[in-house]
Design a protein around this ligand. Structure first.
Ligand SMILES: [Zn+2]
Length: 257
């Protein structure tokens, strides 16, 4: 796609990334994501609109609150940069602009889910349900714009198959994975399935490889026990995003094996 599309996607990504920061902060504490407006955690001073420009304000204020000078953790700026970068990559890699809304939604949601899972070791179901509820109509938009109606069927089957496989895994390996992983797997399978069944297989393989390597190293170093639960969500999310972005070469490599 054109540089303009990537630039617009990047700016949207920074703004959505700012909202991702609010979600990561408030959803685990079961607080509203719309009110109250953003405020300093140290002095409770409301953050003015001109101090709430993604990344720019953080740099200009040198990571400090304008009212009390308290240090602002860089996490929110990192979430903004991460979301913005993923939106640019989506604009760069996806074949049609019609696919962008659905997969940018997926990227933003996965940044939030990964950040929360890494910190709290759980995947909040409201984010997974909201992504599925918003993602379904956006995949219809993608299908309509690209005239790929069969993609919707493979998305449905991919999502159901991934959910069923992880559901079985959940019962086969007690305490191995959480039920949050089962729901997340269904979401990953649905979005990957939109591109085709091979993407579902490759996406989960990449996720297992990304998750497996550190786990094997830690097991070998006896830093963790075999029973230790690892936050699997970020790896599942990473495998899906990597496969959406690097899809065709990865899938062709898989087809040659
Ligand atoms: Zn303050």
């Amino acid at each position: 796609m054109s540089t303009t599309v990537e630039a617009v996607a990047g700016v949207f990504g920074l703004v959505i990334g700012s909202f991702v920061g609010v979600v990561v902060d408030r959803v685990p504490r079961k607080e509203s994501i719309v009110s109250p407006p953003s405020h300093c955690v140290a002095c409770s001073a409301p953050i003015r609109a001109y101090d709430n420009i993604p990344v720019v304000s953080y740099v200009l204020l040198r990571g400090r609150c304008r009212s009390c000078g308290a240090h602002i953790p860089p996490r929110d700026a990192l979430l903004e940069i991460g979301t913005g970068a993923l939106f640019v990559l989506m604009g760069w890699r996806l074949a049609s602009v019609w696919e962008l809304p659905a997969f940018c939604l997926l990227a933003a949601s996965f940044v939030a889910i990964s950040a929360i899972d890494a910190e709290h070791m759980r995947i909040p179901s409201p984010i997974v349900y909201a992504t599925a509820a918003l993602g379904a109509p956006l995949l219809v938009v993608a299908s309509a714009g690209t005239h790929r109606w069969t993609a919707l069927l493979s998305a449905l089957i991919g999502g159901a198959a991934a959910f069923a496989a992880f559901f079985a895994l959940f019962f086969a390996v007690p305490k191995g994975i959480g039920f949050g992983d089962v729901r997340l797997a269904g979401l990953c399978g649905g979005f990957l399935g939109w591109f085709g069944y091979r993407y579902v297989v490759v996406g989960f393989l990449v996720g297992f490889i990304v998750a497996g390597l550190p786990a094997v190293v830690l097991l070998a170093m006896r830093k963790v026990q075999r029973r230790t639960q690892i936050p699997f969500g970020p790896f599942l999310a990473a495998g899906t995003i990597i496969t959406v972005l690097a899809g065709p070469p990865l899938v062709h490599a898989w087809a040659r094996i």
